[in-house]
Design a protein around this ligand. Structure first.
Ligand code: MIG
Length: 799
C-alpha cells in the first residue's frame, strides 16, 4: 500500500511522462531560449535541454547537453578543469558566435546546433542540420554532417581499417577469446576519434562511460556520422588543433599521459600460460642466458596462485617466491605476475574476509554481494570505484612486492566472468554515489589498473612499477601498458596488431603490443619468425601463448629460427636508447611510440590505402612495413622525403610505391633521411651496462632536423628532480654541421663517448669535432664513422 502511494506521488511530481512511457520518437534539444556567459563557459537553455559550452584551452572545448538540470560533474578520464579562454559572445538574431584564440563556434538558435570553425573560417565539424542532438529513451545521440572525403581515425583498440569510414563501432569492454580480426567490441573503450577532411582535422572525445556507439557513415547514404551513449549526458570534447599530433597532444593533456615505465619493461619479455613450478621458470631463464638471447622479463600466469586466489602463492609450485625472484634478479630478470579481479568466495581467505567485512564488493541492489564464477570458482568483485577499495587492493600487493615482483598484469578486468554477462543491476559506489554496472562496466579495468599502479608505486620505495592491463577506458595510459588480448597465430592477426597498436597510439595509449607469435594456436616457423621481427618494433614486446599451444620460446622452433630470432632481439636491445627517448616523448607530449603514418602524412591518400595502412613510424625516424610471413617481397609505400633500408643502407626517394625484398630475417624497416638514431652495444638484459660508446647514426638528407636524446636511471623517479640527461642533436645539411648540445639535467650518462656513424654521406671522409680533425673509418657499405669523447660540453661536428 505504502509503495503504491509513493509511486502515485512520484507520478504526480514527474514533469513529463516521456521517461516513463515507452519511447516512440526522438526528442530534440529544440530552440534556444536563453544564453548566459559564465567565466569559462556559456550556458544555453533550450526548449528540451540545458547545454553548456566550456573552454579548457584555446583549442579544447567541451559540449555538455542534458535533458534536465545537469547532475554532478565527474569524469574518470579527464584530469583538467575548464578555464577561461572564451572571448566575448557575439549575438545575432538566428545565431551567436563564441570565440577562443583558435576556434569559432557558431551557435544556431533554432534548433540549437553547433558548427566549429577554425580562425580561417574553415568548417572543422558541425552538428547535423535538421537533427543535431536527440534522445530516444535514455539514449542520447549527436548526429554530425559527413564530409564527402571525411576519414575517421582512432577509437583505441579497434579492429578494421586505419580509416574507419563506412563502419560503426560499439564500446563495451568485452573478453573475446580468439577474437576474429573484424570483431567489435573488444577489451578497451576509448570513445575518442580524429576526423580528417579537406585540409583540416579535428578530434572528438565522448566522455560517457556507458555503452557508446560510433557510426562513421555506415548505412547513412554518406550524409551523416553519429555517436551516442546509452544513458547519461551528451558530453563531448572538441579538439581544434590544426594537426593530428596537436590533437593527440591536447587529448593526452586532457586525459593524462604515460609515466615513464621502468627501463626493463622495454626489453624482451617472455610469457606463457603458465610457467610453473619454480624449476621450470629458472630453466627458461637459464636458457636465455646460456643461449645468449637477451631477455628482461619472465611472467607467472594464473597457475602460480593457490587455487587462483589473488595475492596468494601455490606453496608446492613456488615454495620460496622471494628466493626465486632473488635468483632471477641476479640473472638480470624481472618478474611479472598476473592478478584477476575475482576474489574467491571462501571463508578464511584474507581478501574475501576483509572485502566482506568492509563492504568492498560489488552488490545487488538489495545489498548482497554479487557472485560470478571465474578461475577461482565463485567470486566477489572489488568495487574499484571506491577510494577505500583501491587503497585496500593496492596495499594487498605487499604479498607480491615483498617477495620481489615488479610487474603486475591485470587480466579479466572487463570485468569478465564465465558467461560474459554480468547483470546491469549490479551496483557500485557508496551511499549517495551509487552507480549500476551500465555506468561502471567500461571503467572497471581503468579503476583496477589505477588501484594497482597507485598501490604498487606506493609499495616499491621509489622504484617504478610496471602495470599491464587488458581492459581500460580513456585515460588508461596514466596507469598502465595495454596488450591486445587473446589473438591468434595467423598472418591476419599479426598485420591487424599493427593497426590496433597504432589505433591505440592515436588514442593516447602508447605502451602497447599484441601477444607476439599469437596467443591461440601454433604459428608456423615462418609466422613466428616474422612476428618476432615485428615485435622488435612494437612498444610492448612480449611473447605469450595459451596453455594448449606448443612452446614459443625463441629456441622452440629449432636452431635456424633461433639464430634469426636471437639477432632480432639483439636489434631490440641495440635500439633501446632510441626507444627510451621515444617513450620519453610519449610521457612529455603524448606522441605515441608506434605512429600511424596518418599522424605525419595526414593528407597523403596512400597512407590510408588498404595495402599500406599497416605501415607505421616507430619513434621519429624509423618506418616499419609489416609483411605477411608467406611473402618474400612486398610492395610498400614510402611517404615523402628519403628513406634508407636499415639493413642495407639502400636509399629510396619517398612519395613512391616500391617493391622491396622481405626475407624472414629482414623485415622492411627504413631510416628517415636526415634522421638521427642513437643505438648501443648488445646487452643481455637492461641491468647490464652496454659499452660506454653511444652509436649515433645520422642518415644524410637535405632537410634540417632535430632529435631529442633522453636518458635517466630507468628505475626511480629521480628524473622528476632533474636527474636525467637530455641532449638536443641537430643536423644541418646546408651548413654541413651536426651539433650535440650540452646535456640538460644532472644524470651522468652511461655513455662517455660517441661513435658518429654517417650513412649516405658519399664524399665525406674527414670531419672536425670541436675543431679537431678525424678521418672516418669504414663500417659498412655506405657507413663511415669516427669515435670521440662525450663530455658535459656541446659537440660541434663539421664535415
Ligand atoms: O580465461 O590467465 O588474455 O593472456 O594467459 C583466460 C590466463 C584468462 C586471458 C588472458 C591471457 C591469459 C589467460 N587469461
Amino acid at each position: 500500500m505504502k509503495n503504491i502511494l509513493s509511486l502515485l506521488i512520484a507520478l504526480m511530481v514527474m514533469p513529463s511522462f516521456t521517461l516513463l512511457a515507452q519511447p516512440r520518437l526522438p526528442v530534440f534539444t529544440g530552440k534556444v531560449k536563453s544564453m548566459a556567459r559564465k567565466e569559462a563557459s556559456l550556458l544555453v537553455k533550450t526548449e528540451n535541454s540545458t547545454a553548456e559550452i566550456y573552454s579548457y584551452s584555446p583549442t579544447i572545448l567541451r559540449i555538455r547537453i542534458t535533458r534536465n538540470e545537469p547532475a554532478e560533474d565527474a569524469s574518470y578520464a579527464v584530469i583538467q578543469k575548464p578555464a577561461s579562454f572564451l572571448r566575448d559572445l557575439q549575438e545575432f538574431r538566428d545565431s551567436a558566435i563564441l570565440v577562443t584564440d583558435s576556434l569559432k563556434v557558431i551557435i544556431h538558435r533554432n534548433p540549437l546546433r553547433l558548427v566549429f570553425r577554425n580562425m580561417k573560417g574553415d568548417v572543422l565539424s558541425e552538428e547535423q542540420p535538421g537533427f543535431p542532438v536527440s534522445w530516444l529513451g535514455t539514449e542520447v545521440t549527436c548526429y554530425r554532417k559527413l564530409f564527402a572525403d571525411e576519414k575517421f581515425l582512432g577509437l583505441g583498440e579497434k579492429t578494421g581499417n586505419l580509416d574507419k569510414r563506412g563502419n560503426s563501432y560499439v564500446n563495451w569492454n568485452s573478453d573475446i577469446p580468439a577474437y576474429k580480426t573484424n570483431h567489435d567490441p573488444l577489451y578497451q573503450s576509448i570513445p575518442f576519434f580524429i576526423g580528417v577532411h579537406g585540409k583540416v582535422v579535428y578530434g572528438i572525445f565522448l566522455d560517457n562511460t556507458t555503452l557508446t556507439k560510433f557510426n562513421f557513415g555506415a548505412s547513412t547514404d554518406e550524409q551523416f556520422s553519429s555517436f551516442s551513449a546509452a544513458e547519461g549526458e551528451m558530453n563531448y570534447y572538441f579538439f581544434g588543433s590544426s594537426t593530428v599530433a596537436g590533437i593527440i597532444r591536447d587529448y593526452t593533456w586532457l586525459t593524462g599521459r604515460m609515466q615513464m615505465p621502468p627501463y626493463w619493461s622495454l626489453g624482451y619479455q617472455q610469457c606463457r600460460w603458465s610457467y610453473f613450478p619454480e624449476s621450470q621458470v629458472m630453466n627458461i631463464a637459464q636458457q636465455f642466458r646460456d643461449r645468449k638471447i637477451p631477455c628482461d622479463v619472465i611472467y607467472l600466469d594464473i597457475d602460480y596462485m593457490d587455487a587462483y586466489k589473488i595475492f596468494t602463492w601455490n606453496k608446492e609450485r613456488f615454495p620460496d617466491p622471494k628466493g626465486m625472484t632473488g635468483k632471477l634478479n641476479d640473472m638480470g630478470f624481472h618478474l611479472v605476475t598476473i592478478v584477476d579481479p575475482g576474489i574467491k568466495v571462501e571463508k578464511g581467505y584474507f581478501a574475501y574476509d576483509e572485502g566482506v567485512a568492509n563492504g568492498y564488493f560489488a552488490k545487488y541492489p538489495n545489498g548482497t554481494n554479487y557472485i560470478g564464477s571465474v578461475w577461482p570458482g565463485r567470486c566477489h568483485f572489488p568495487d574499484f570505484t571506491q577510494e577505500a577499495v583501491r587503497k585496500w587492493w593496492g596495499a594487498s600487493f605487499n604479498r607480491l612486492v615483498d617477495p620481489g615482483v615488479e610487474g603486475f598484469w591485470n587480466d579479466m578486468n572487463e570485468p569478465s566472468a564465465w558467461g560474459q554477462s554480468i547483470p546491469d543491476i549490479v551496483q557500485f559506489g557508496t551511499e549517495g554515489q551509487k552507480a549500476s554496472m551500465t555506468r561502471v562496466h567500461n571503467i572497471y579495468g581503468l579503476e583496477m589498473s589505477r588501484a594497482t599502479f597507485e598501490g604498487t608505486k606506493a609499495l616499491m620505495n621509489g622504484k617504478r612499477p610496471f602495470v599491464l592491463t587488458r581492459a581500460g577506458y580513456a585515460g588508461i595510459q596514466r596507469y598502465s601498458a595495454v596488450w591486445t588480448g587473446d589473438n591468434e597465430a595467423t598472418d591476419e592477426h599479426m598485420l591487424l596488431s599493427a593497426r590496433m597498436v597504432t589505433g591505440l597510439g592515436l588514442s593516447g595509449v602508447s605502451f602497447t603490443g599484441p601477444d607476439v607469435g599469437g596467443f591461440m594456436g601454433n604459428p608456423s616457423e615462418e609466422l613466428y619468425t616474422r612476428w618476432m621481427s615485428m615485435g622488435v618494433y612494437t612498444p610492448f614486446f612480449r611473447n605469450h601463448s595459451a596453455w594448449d599451444t606448443k612452446s614459443k620460446e625463441p629456441w622452440s622452433f629449432g636452431a635456424g629460427v633461433e639464430a634469426k630470432v636471437k639477432a632480432m632481439i639483439e636489434q631490440r636491445y641495440r635500439l633501446l636508447p632510441y626507444i627510451y627517448s621515444a617513450f620519453r616523448e610519449s610521457a612529455v607530449n603524448g606522441m605515441p611510440v608506434a605512429r600511424s603514418l596518418a599522424i605525419q602524412y595526414t593528407f597523403d591518400e596512400k597512407v590510408y590505402w588498404w595495402k599500406y595502412q599497416n605501415e607505421y613510424l616507430f619513434g621519429e625516424n624509423l618506418l616499419v612495413a609489416p609483411v605477411s610471413c608467406t611473402q618474400g617481397a612486398e610492395k610498400i609505400y614510402l611517404p615523402e622525403g628519403g628513406w634508407y633500408r636499415l639493413s642495407t643502407d639502400e636509399f629510396y626517394k619517398g612519395g613512391a610505391e616500391v617493391i622491396v625484398e622481405a626475407p624472414l630475417n629482414d623485415l622492411p624497416v627504413f631510416a628517415r633521411a636526415s634522421g638521427i638514431i642513437p643505438m648501443q652495444s648488445v646487452i643481455q638484459h637492461t641491468s647490464q651496462k652496454p659499452s660506454s660508446v653511444l652509436d649515433l647514426h645520422v642518415y644524410n638528407g637535405d632537410r634540417k632536423s632535430a632529435y631529442t636524446y633522453y636518458e635517466d636511471d630507468g628505475v626511480t623517479y629521480q628524473f622528476e628532480n632533474g636527474q636525467f640527461c637530455q641532449r638536443m642533436i641537430t643536423f644541418d645539411p646546408s651548413a654541413r654541421r651536426i651539433i650535440i648540445s650540452a646535456p640538460e639535467g644532472s644524470f651522468g650518462s652511461k655513455f662517455t663517448s660517441v661513435a658518429l656513424i654517417l650513412h649516405g654521406f658519399r664524399d665525406t671522409r674527414d670531419i672536425t669535432v670541436n675543431g679537431i680533425s678525424y678521418t672516418l673509418k669504414m663500417k659498412g657499405r655506405d657507413q663511415w664513422f669516427a669515435e670521440f669523447p662525450l663530455t658535459g660540453e656541446p659537440v660541434e661536428i663539421r664535415y
